[in-house]
Design a protein around this ligand. Structure first.
Ligand SMILES: Nc1nc2c(ncn2[C@@H]2O[C@H](COP(=O)(O)OP(=O)(O)OP(=O)(O)O)[C@@H](O)[C@H]2O)c(=O)[nH]1
Length: 832
C-alpha cells in the first residue's frame, strides 16, 4: 500500500512507465512467439518437454545450483535424461543437462548468477504455466494407456500442437495489450442516504452538477464521463436498458440537457435505469479527474443505501469494471447498519475500499469521532484500517478544495485509482508475461539440450562415416584401374591361348594327326582301295571333329582364365568394399560360357556371329564337323597336286598356294581324277563328263602331241603304284593339309573379307571372356558406387543434422537472451 502514499506525480510516472514497459514487453514477446513458430515450421521440429522431479535426490549436491529433474519429451516419454532446472528470483528458468551443470560451465544458457534459488523438489515447479498441451500424459510407465496414447503422437503432431498453443498465446497478448492500453477506470461513489455523496462528486468535479438536497434525492446511478466520449457535447443520456446502451445508437437512450438533471432524476423512468452524464472537465490534464492523461476516470454517483438498495449496490460494486469504491459516510452518523453490511460484503469481495467520512466540519469532537469511526472500520475491514492514512479520509465536501484534507483525499484517490489499476490491469499482464517467458525458456532450454545431443550424435556418426567415404573416394580410381587390368589381361590371355591351341591343332592336322592330342577322336583305318572315298570322308570328318575339340579345349582354357579373373574381381571387392557392404551372391558358372541360348520353345538358338570366317564357316556356333560343306570330300583330298607343286617348284610357301595348278600337272590330275572317280562310289555322270572334256582339252593342245603319250603312260603307272602303296598314309595328311589351308587362308568367296579360323575363334573367346569379366567388374563397380552413394548420403545427412542442430542451439541461445532482455525491459525483474 506504500504506492498509494507516494506523491501523485510519482505514482503517475511509475504507472505510465510500467505501462510503457509492459506494452514493449508484450510486443517483443509476440514477435518472439512468431519467430519461434516460424522456426518450428521451417527449421526445427519443436519438442515438448516434460519434467519430473528426481524424488530420489534428497539433498541437492553443493556443486549443483538447481534441482535435478528427469527430462523426457511428449513424443518419447519413456526415455528420460537427467537435467538440472533452475529458477531465478526473476522467475526465469534455466535448463541444463546434468553433465553441464556438474561441470558448472557457464554456457549459452547461463543462470542469473548468485540470484538463483534452489527449488525444493516440487513437481509443480517444472510445469508449463501457459504453453500447456493437454496431452493427458501420465508419468512415464505409470499407465499403459497413457503410454500407448503418447506413442501414437508423432513429433510433428506435437510440434503442431505447440504451434497452435503459441498462436493462442499471441492472441491473448493482443487482448492483454488492449487491456493495458485501456485507460478507462470506474470509481463508484456510494454510501448512506444523505451522507453527501453528490456533494462529494461535485467537489471532485469542481462543478455543481449533481443535485444536492437535504432530502434523499439521488434516485438512480449517475455515471459521469468526460465529454470527449460524446463528441465534446455536454449532455445527459437517459438509459433504460444498461446492458444494451450504445452511444452510437440513439434508440438505446434519450438525450437530456445537463441543466435539467433535477427533473430527469425526478422522472420515475430513470430510476429503473441509469443516467450517463457527459461533462467538460476543463481543468488542465494534470488536475482533471475525469481525463488526466493517464486514466480516464468515470465517477458513478449511486443512490444512498437503504435496506432495499443494499443488495443492488453491492451487486453493482462487484462489477469487474469498478476499480475503486469510495464509500461516503456522514461523520454525524458514523457507520450505519446498512453501511456496515455493505462494507462487510465489499471488503470480502474487493480490497479496494476508500472511505470518506463527510461533513466532518459538523463534528465538534473530531478526535473522538475519528477514533470511533476507525474503531468501527477496524472491526469491519482490518486491511482498510491498516492503511487508514491513505484509505480513510475525514473531509468537508461542501468546502471542497478549500479544505486541506479534501485535497489530500483527492490526491490519495487518484494515486489509489492508479495503484489499483496497476494491480488490476498491469499486474495480471506482467504475471502472464513472466509465466509465458518462463515457458519459452523451458521450451527452448529443453530443445537446446536436444540440439546438443543431436550435435554429439551427428559428430560421432561423422567420425565413423567420413573416413570410410574418404577411403572409398581414393580407392575408387584404383579399383576401376585394377578392374580394367583384370578385364584386359583376361581377354588378352584367352585370345592368346586360343590362338596357340588352334595353331597347334591346325599344325597337327596338317600332319594328318587329330588336332588335339589324347582326345577321343580316332583316325579311321584304311578300308581298302574300293572304299577309298569313304575313307577320305571319314578322315575329313575325324579331323574336323578333332578341330572342333581343339576349339572346345581353347574354350575350356578360356573358362579357367575367366574363373581366375572372376576371382581376382572378387578379391578386389574384398579389398575395396567397406566391410558392412553386402557382397555379390552371384556364383560364376564357367559352363555357361560359350553356351548356345535356348529359344522360348526350348530349341537351341544358334548364334550367328557377324564375322565371315575362312573356309565358308559362317558363324562360329556350329562345329566344323557338323557343317555339310566341310564334310564334303573332294578330289584334292586324295592327291593334293597344288601342294606338291609348290613344295617342289614353288617358293615353299604353302600358304600362298591355291587350288589352281599349271596345265602340265592338270593332266595328271585329270587322269588320276578319272581313275579315282571310277573307283569311288560317288562317281557322277557330270564328274565323268567334266573329266572327259578336260582330257580332250589337253590332248587337243598342239604342244602336247609330242610328249603326251610317253609321259602320260609313265605317270599313270607311277601314280597307280603310289596310289596303292601311299594312300593310307597320305590321305590324312592331304585332307588335313587341305583343311588347314582352307581355315588359314583368307579368301573372298563370300565377297567379304574373311577372318582366319583361329583369329575368329580367338576374338570370339576373348569377347566372351571379356564379357564375363566385364559383368563381374560392373557388378562390383555398381556395388561400390551404391555403397559410396550411401556413405555420401550418410555423411551429408550427418553434416546437415549437425549444421541444423548447431544453428538451432545458437538460435535457442538467442531466444534465451531475448527473454532475459524482455524481462528487463518490461520491468518484470522489479515486479516480483
Ligand atoms: N456541512 C456539510 N454539509 C454537507 C456536506 N456534504 C453534504 N452536505 C449537505 O448534506 C446534504 C445532503 O447532501 P447530498 O450530497 O445530497 O447527499 P447525498 O448523499 O447525495 O444524498 P442522496 O444521494 O439523496 O442520498 C446537503 O444539504 C448538503 O449540503 C459537508 O461536508 N458538510
Amino acid at each position: 500500500m506504500e504506492e498509494a502514499s507516494r506523491p501523485l506525480r510519482s505514482v503517475q510516472e511509475t504507472y505510465v512507465e510500467q505501462k510503457h514497459h509492459l506494452l514493449g514487453g508484450l510486443s517483443a514477446t509476440k514477435s518472439l512467439l512468431s519467430d519461434i513458430r516460424l522456426f518450428n515450421k521451417d527449421s526445427w521440429t519443436t519438442r515438448y518437454p516434460r519434467l519430473r522431479v528426481k524424488s530420489d535426490v534428497v539433498e541437492p549436491s553443493p556443486k549443483r545450483r538447481g534441482v535435478p529433474h528427469y527430462l523426457s519429451f511428449a513424443d518419447d516419454p519413456s526415455s528420460e535424461t537427467d537435467v538440472i532446472l533452475e529458477r531465478s528470483f526473476t522467475r526465469s528458468l534455466s535448463l541444463a543437462s546434468n553433465s553441464d551443470a556438474q561441470e558448472d560451465a557457464v554456457d549459452e544458457f547461463p543462470s542469473d548468477s548468485g540470484a538463483s534459488t534452489c527449488l525444493r523438489p516440487d513437481s509443480e515447479s517444472s510445469e508449463f504455466q501457459v504453453v500447456r498441451l493437454d496431452l493427458n500424459l501420465g508419468a512415464p510407465g505409470s499407465s499403459a494407456r497413457a503410454g500407448a496414447l503418447v506413442s501414437q503422437l508423432e513429433k510433428v503432431s506435437i510440434a503442431n500442437l505447440v504451434d497452435e498453443c503459441l498462436g493462442v498465446s499471441m492472441q491473448h497478448i493482443d487482448k492483454l495489450r488492449a487491456r493495458v492500453e485501456d485507460t478507462s477506470s470506474k470509481v463508484l461513489v456510494t454510501g448512506d442516504l444523505n451522507a453527501g455523496k453528490s456533494t462529494f462528486v461535485n467537489a471532485l468535479l469542481r462543478r455543481a452538477i449533481m443535485p444536492v438536497d437535504q432530502q434523499p434525492c439521488t434516485t438512480t446511478f449517475c455515471e459521469v464521463h468526460d465529454f470527449s466520449e460524446n463528441g465534446n457535447v455536454e449532455e445527459v443520456h437517459v438509459v433504460k436498458d444498461v446492458a444494451n446502451y450504445n452511444i452510437d445508437d440513439e434508440s438505446t437512450y434519450k438525450r437530456a440537457s445537463i441543466n435539467n438533471l433535477d427533473s430527469v432524476m425526478d422522472d420515475g423512468e430513470s430510476s429503473r435505469g441509469m443516467l450517463k452524464l457527459y461533462l467538460n472537465d476543463s481543468r488542465p490534464l494534470s488536475e482533471s479527474l475525469l481525463n488526466n492523461g493517464v486514466v480516464d476516470i468515470t465517477l458513478i454517483d449511486a443512490p444512498g443505501l437503504n435496506r432495499d438498495r443494499l443488495k443492488t449496490t453491492a451487486l453493482f460494486a462487484r462489477q469487474e469494471e469498478i476499480d475503486v469504491i469510495v464509500f461516503v459516510v456522514s461523520a454525524e452518523n458514523h457507520l450505519t447498519e446498512s453501511a456496515q453490511s455493505f462494507l462487510r460484503i465489499a471488503s470480502n469481495e474487493k480490497a479496494y475500499l476508500f472511505i470518506v467520512v463527510n461533513k466532518f466540519d459538523q463534528i465538534k469532537n473530531k478526535e473522538k469521532c475519528r477514533r470511533m469511526v476507525l474503531e468501527q472500520i477496524r472491526e469491519l475491514s482490518p486491511r482498510t484500517y491498516e492503511d487508514a492514512n491513505d484509505l480513510v479520509h475525514f473531509v468537508d465536501s461542501l468546502a471542497g478544495n478549500d479544505d486541506r484534507s479534501f485535497e489530500d483525499l483527492e490526491g490519495s484517490l487518484r494515486s489509489f485509482v492508479l495503484f489499483k489499476r496497476a494491480k488490476s490491469k498491469l499486474n495480471p499482464v506482467s504475471t502472464y508475461l513472466s509465466n509465458l517467458l518462463s515457458d519459452i525458456e523451458l521450451l527452448v532450454g529443453a530443445n537446446a539440450i536436444v540440439a546438443q545431443e543431436e550435435i554429439v550424435r551427428a559428430k560421432s556418426d561423422l567420425d565413423v562415416a567420413l573416413p570410410v567415404l574418404d577411403r572409398m573416394k581414393t580407392s575408387r580410381g584404383v579399383l576401376e584401374d585394377a578392374l580394367e587390368v583384370v578385364e584386359e589381361q583376361g581377354a588378352h590371355e584367352a585370345s592368346n591361348k586360343t590362338l596357340s591351341v588352334l595353331a597347334e591343332a591346325l599344325d597337327r592336322i596338317g600332319q594328318g594327326l587329330p588336332g588335339v592330342e589324347f582326345s577321343s577322336v580316332r583316325m579311321p583305318s584304311y578300308p581298302g582301295l574300293l572304299y577309298l572315298w569313304d575313307y577320305v570322308r571319314d578322315v575329313r570328318s575325324a579331323l574336323l571333329t578333332s578341330l572342333d575339340l581343339a576349339v572346345k579345349r581353347a574354350e575350356e582354357e578360356a573358362r579357367i582364365i575367366t574363373t581366375v579373373g572372376v576371382q581376382q574381381v572378387l578379391a578386389l571387392g574384398e579389398e575395396h568394399l567397406p566391410a558392412d557392404v553386402e557382397r555379390s551372391r552371384r556364383v560364376f558358372m564357367p559352363e555357361a560360357m560359350f553356351s548356345t541360348r535356348r529359344t522360348r520353345d526350348g530349341k537351341r538358338k544358334i548364334r550367328r556371329d557377324s564375322l565371315v570366317v575362312a573356309g565358308g564357316t559362317l558363324g562360329l556356333g556350329i562345329g566344323l564337323a557338323a557343317r555339310p560343306e566341310m564334310n564334303q570330300p573332294t578330289f584334292f583330298d586324295l592327291f593334293d597336286i597344288p601342294h606338291h607343286f609348290w613344295v617342289y617348284f614353288g617358293d615353299n610357301k604353302e600358304n600362298s598356294e591355291g587350288e589352281k595348278g599349271p596345265s602340265a600337272l592338270s593332266i595328271m590330275s585329270v587322269g588320276i581324277g578319272v581313275v579315282t572317280m571310277i573307283g569311288g562310289q560317288v562317281v557322277s555322270a557330270r564328274a565323268f563328263v567334266e573329266g572327259a572334256v578336260r582330257i580332250a582339252d589337253v590332248l587337243s593342245h598342239e604342244a602336247t602331241h609330242k610328249w603326251a603319250a610317253p609321259v602320260f603312260g609313265a605317270f599313270i603307272m607311277g601314280a597307280t603304284a603310289y596310289f596303292v602303296l601311299e594312300l593310307p598314309s597320305s590321305v590324312p595328311r592331304t585332307v588335313g593339309r587341305r583343311i588347314r589351308n582352307t581355315l588359314s587362308t583368307p579368301g573372298t568367296s563370300t565377297g567379304l573379307r574373311e577372318e582366319l579360323f583361329a583369329n575368329a575363334h580367338a576374338a570370339r573367346v576373348a569377347r566372351e571372356t571379356r564379357k564375363v569379366l566385364r559383368l563381374a567388374s560392373w557388378d562390383l563397380k555398381e556395388r561400390f558406387r551404391v555403397a559410396m552413394d550411401e556413405r555420401s548420403r550418410e555423411v551429408r545427412g550427418a553434416e546437415e543434422t549437425e549444421h541444423r542442430a548447431i544453428r538451432a542451439k545458437e538460435w535457442f541461445a538467442g531466444v534465451r537472451r531475448r527473454t532475459a532482455d524482455i524481462r528487463e525491459q518490461a520491468g518484470l525483474v522489479l515486479m516480483s
